[in-house]
Ligand binder design. Structure first.
Ligand SMILES: [Zn+2]
Length: 449
């Protein structure tokens, strides 16, 4: 078993991480913030000497010591003695200027990655695996990855060979643990570099001749764009409560499921929900899912409520450090409290978006987010109703994936009886769903992936 780093947490002073099955602080520092990486994302254990490892960590740490001793003795033994791990999918996308290659796996595996030249290739070695890759996955290409082959290399190794358009450096390799719809994901990020900077890793003693079992895959255009729909709140966090007692979390889930059906019916998109049940998902986790899926669009769905029951209509938000008005600012503060409402410790969730904004401003993500918002507002006005100046800005924590155009839609006001009645019924929601689906189509017509 490999102890795998979780997705990056945007606080620089985090030095410890853990995951439920095997965890241990990596090093101890008096001023360090200690985090737990669990099913619900990051939670704080404590700072320095005040860190309070809970019973899960104490138990798991002792398991890890046993595990490490075992690994020293049996380092060359394959990870799984039971069933053979299966590769169930392949995804390739852009990750902050790097090309990200993701293998979906049914089990955690040991792996090694190295780069070759003449011609430029990347090799991923795995223990023997079963390959269940669809035709669509076989044709994936993106960025520097032109095509790939896979198959058994030798008795102990299954291998993927990726043909590259030029020299790269291996920026990151890691395995993500199961999460929601995903099982294990082996992630390799490569960045194009100049030929002089290319390092062969490791220099192979003999040139790799492609074994005959390797299957050559012809290149084909990249797959469908991935849209991540994010039903706000869930589980222990109901969100806002409507006049009749209806819960925001139930409205947002219903809209997400119906919107998924509408989008999938076009055959043009892959749609992923950040939750597909009444479960709590931390804001960071929602962002992480969107990034891991290399999404081309992230739509967070919410409904608001306000003391004035006459106010009605939808609004669309994109990320900004400075809110467009005091109401937008207050709304972002309310939505950002979702983690606290869900039982995560208050104070360790990043609400300061300044650092994120810097990277966002350097990229095109904000422009694309605003572009989608500007298509969405007119469509919502056609078949639904919107607030005056319906595109607004504020510091929403859930909109902070640096590479994914992201918007948050407040579908309407559950404090208004008309909005609440409409959003509680499938036929009432249909005009909103149709409007969003039309805007999505226009967006991808204008910005093909
Ligand atoms: Zn909400």
């Amino acid at each position: 078993m490999i102890v795998v780093p979780p997705p990056p947490f945007p606080k620089r002073n985090v030095v410890a991480w853990a995951k439920p099955a095997d965890c241990l602080p990596l090093r101890l520092e008096s001023s360090a913030l200690y985090m737990w990486w669990g099913e619900r994302g990051w939670t704080t254990i404590g700072r320095g000497a005040n860190a309070q490892p809970d019973s899960r960590i104490v138990a798991a740490a002792s398991r890890l010591v046993t595990l490490l001793l075992g690994l020293l003795l049996t380092a060359s033994v394959a990870a799984g003695a039971g069933t053979t791990p299966t590769v169930t999918g392949v995804r390739i996308g852009d990750q902050g200027g790097a090309t990200r290659f993701v293998l979906d796996l049914t089990a955690d595996v040991k792996f090694s990655v190295f780069a070759l030249d003449q011609p430029y290739r990347l090799v991923i070695d795995l223990p023997p695996v079963d390959w269940q890759i669809t035709k669509a996955d076989e044709g994936r290409k993106f960025g520097v990855i032109q095509q790939f082959r896979y198959g058994r290399y030798d008795e102990k190794t299954s291998r993927l060979v990726l043909d590259l358009s030029g020299p790269v450096e291996i920026a990151k390799t890691f395995v993500l643990p199961p999460d929601g719809p995903f099982k294990y994901r082996l992630v390799v990020d490569v960045k194009p570099i100049r030929a002089e900077a290319f390092v062969r890793t490791p220099p192979p003693a003999v040139a790799f001749a492609a074994p005959s079992a390797l299957k050559t895959v012809p290149s084909k255009p990249a797959g469908k764009p991935v849209i991540v729909l994010d039903p706000g709140h869930g589980g222990v966090d109901p969100g806002t409560i409507g006049l009749s007692g209806v819960k925001e979390k139930d409205i947002t889930l219903a809209v997400a499921r119906e919107l998924r059906t509408a989008l999938e019916a076009t055959g043009k998109y892959t749609v992923i929900l950040t939750r597909d049940g009444d479960t709590f998902v931390a804001l960071n986790q929602r962002v992480a899912k969107s990034e891991a899926a290399a999404a081309s669009l992230f739509i967070s769905l919410h409904a608001d409520s306000i003391a004035t029951s006459q106010i009605t209509g939808a609004s669309v938000y994109t990320l900004s450090k400075t809110a467009s008005d005091a109401a937008a600012d207050a709304l972002a503060a309310r939505e950002n409290r979702a983690d606290a409402a869900g039982g995560l410790p208050i104070g360790d969730q990043p609400t300061d978006v300044a650092a994120i904004l810097i990277s966002l401003l350097q990229g095109e993500t904000m422009k694309f987010s605003a572009s989608f918002a500007s298509l969405l507002v007119p469509e919502l006005s056609k078949s639904w109703h919107v607030l005056p100046t319906a595109h607004r800005f504020a510091g929403f924590a859930v909109l902070k994936a640096p590479e994914v155009p992201s918007v948050l839609i407040e579908l309407g006001y559950l404090s208004n009886s008309t909005d609440e009645r409409a959003l509680t019924r499938a036929d009432g929601r249909k005009p909103v769903i149709d409007a969003i689906a039309r805007a999505v189509k226009q967006f991808f017509d204008q910005h093909p992936v």
